[in-house]
Design a protein around this ligand. Structure first.
Ligand SMILES: *Cc1c(COP(=O)(O)O)cnc(C)c1O
Length: 368
């Protein structure tokens, strides 16, 4: 029999597939549970459900499903450009921001070239890099966060891309404006910096830099954002990048002609305009974070301070068996051993009653 694994390009042979959070229906099937009783805090999804305005926009769009979507995403690009204070030529739309990361890899990486990213960083960076035959250079983390100095030192003549997430998933760690400007000032001009701001809408005050503020001074910067988290549209798959018009032109050459579907385009426009929904998402997140932190404190557990809609809690022992035990309680969270964090679980912030269910189940499985 022909070994088609051996025939795959070497980078692909060494890849492990992305492991998503366990779907509610899958756990319901496995344990014969009522799906309605299951709490899923595993994929950093918005617990509010979609914005009613986004739902209405989707309904309005349904009759047009026989048509291809607007391949240039005119309406969404115009809205994003206006709000971000850039030209529409600087906007790239993606089938989720995951798509943006892949477009960057396809356009700028190849065998013999490398991408630099941190230990404990988002799992898609190595996948996108190795999928195109390039090498991922993993830089050891510092206090679970990006060590930007060490990442600078890891850049070599073959580096074309640096992926940095602020805040990072799954750690929730972040860096401030000064750290970003120092970093950008020292990155060689031939290296594209992908600043992944998937959770930026949850940031408060000036603690985190707004990547868009740095675009004018750094032509090698691309800021990627998503509608999957604070905007509550994870299932529709829509994200975007803001960069120089030239980088956007390059990405446009390698994307699928219709990479963002019409329901996603319509819903994203509506969600982006729903300021009340976004404000509510933030309020629920802030309250939920405080609730989980208080719960961890009561259980004597440590956690990594987070600026996302999730938090990594340290169980002080191998977390996989506790993850399994939580599943049996009908609570799905995310084990992060595959991110090099075997004693942690990552928990997404839910509604107050979901957070409470999780904390009760956690106390039970810990025997506390
Ligand atoms: C969730 C996430 C994304 C994007 O997800 P999409 O649904 O593809 O937009 C990107 N980066 C990080 C760090 C994330 O956690």
């Amino acid at each position: 029999m022909t070994d088609f694994l051996a025939l795959a390009q070497p980078g692909v042979q060494k890849l492990s597939p992305y492991v998503p959070g366990k779907p509610v229906d899958e756990l319901a099937r496995e344990l014969d549970l009522d799906p309605a009783t299951i709490v899923k805090l595993a994929s950093n999804e918005n617990p509010l459900g979609p914005s009613p305005k986004a739902l209405q926009a989707i309904r309005d769009e349904l009759a047009e499903l026989t048509r291809y979507p607007d391949g240039n995403g005119f309406a969404l690009k115009s809205l994003l450009a206006e709000r971000c204070g850039v030209q529409t030529s600087q906007v790239t739309l993606g089938n989720g921001s995951n798509d943006i990361l892949e477009l960057v890899a396809r356009a700028y990486l190849a065998p013999g070239l490398n991408a630099v990213f941190s230990e404990h960083a988002f799992a898609v960076y190595p996948i996108a890099t190795q999928a195109v035959g390039a090498q991922g250079k993993v830089v050891p983390a510092r206090d679970h966060g990006h060590d930007l100095q060490a990442m600078l030192a890891a850049i070599d003549a073959n580096t074309r891309v640096v992926f940095i997430a602020n805040p990072n998933n799954p750690t929730g760690t972040w860096f401030g404006p000064q750290a970003l400007s120092d970093f950008l000032a020292r990155v060689p001009e031939h290296v594209l910096v992908v600043l992944d701001e998937a959770y930026i809408e949850y940031a408060q005050g000036d603690e985190l830099p707004d990547g868009l503020d740095y675009l004018a001074r750094h032509e090698n910067l691309l800021v990627s954002r998503t509608f999957s988290k604070a905007y509550g549209l994870a299932a529709l798959r829509v994200g975007y990048a803001i960069s120089s018009a030239q980088i956007a032109d390059v990405l446009n050459r390698v994307r699928q002609p219709f990479n963002v579907n019409s329901l996603a385009l319509a819903a994203a426009c509506a969600a982006f305009d729903d300021a009340e929904y976004l404000a509510q998402s933030r309020r629920v997140n802030d309250a939920g974070m405080a609730q989980l932190e208080a719960g961890f404190r009561a259980l004597g557990l440590g956690w990594i301070p987070s600026r996302g809609n999730f938090v990594a809690v340290d169980l002080g022992r191998e977390s996989m068996p506790l993850y399994q035990a939580l599943l049996r309680e009908g609570v799905i969270v995310r084990p992060v051993a595959n991110y090099g964090m075997p004693t942690y679980l990552r928990v997404s912030i839910g509604l107050p009653e979901e957070n409470a269910r999780f904390l009760e189940a956690l106390a039970k499985v810990l025997g506390a």
